[in-house]
Design a protein around this ligand. Sequence first.
Ligand code: DHB
Ligand code: MG
Length: 222
Amino acid sequence: MTDPTPDAWRRVDAYLTSTLVGGDDALVAAVADQNAAGLPAIEVAPVNGKLLHLLARMSGARRVLEIGTLGAYSTIWMARALPADGVVVTIEAEPRNAEIARANVDRAGVGERVEIRLGRAAEVLPTLEGEPPFDLVFIDADKESNTIYLDWAARLGRSGTVVVVDNIGRGGEVANPATERSDVIGAQRGLELLGRDPRFEATALQTLDAKGWDGVAIALVV
Ligand code: DHB
Ligand code: MG
């Protein structure tokens, strides 16, 4: 077996991406414009964008909640999985990111299926109470708030809602109980909540892709 060196990861990721995911002008342009605007290059890898897309389709999602829009790369993947009357409600704290995101979803042809809510997620989430439940929730914002976001995912979801949490591996640091990184502690607290909270059944997968060594948690609201 090949050692999982960064080079080998990248080769396999490129192979899987070219074999299964393919290219796409709107997604390439979304990332290019995000980068040109100086936003951080922390959108999900293509294989993970496709995972989100497939989870939305597999679960028959019509209403998706995303916490952390950035340049809307993952938003576009999920919006494309929805029926014409479906919606991605995506929360973004940075006005500049939201501007780039709006242009990107419009160019991708999914603008009518995407609502960008500007503000801190902890403040926007309570305003969604009373709306129909979300079928899929993707949590990809400040990791320190993951437990808050998971609690809202359960409250704004229903039995059967799929919940995905990005960045739960953090280069292996998640397994360090003495870590002092607040993002990793946030990831750990989120995973511990998923493990003990009876509202969820969850697992997690490590990911080795263009974005390095990280992971995603995948949960079901029971
Ligand atoms: C970071 C955030 C992310 O959501 C991600 O996917 C990768 C990195 C970060 O804040 O460093
Ligand atoms: Mg992320």
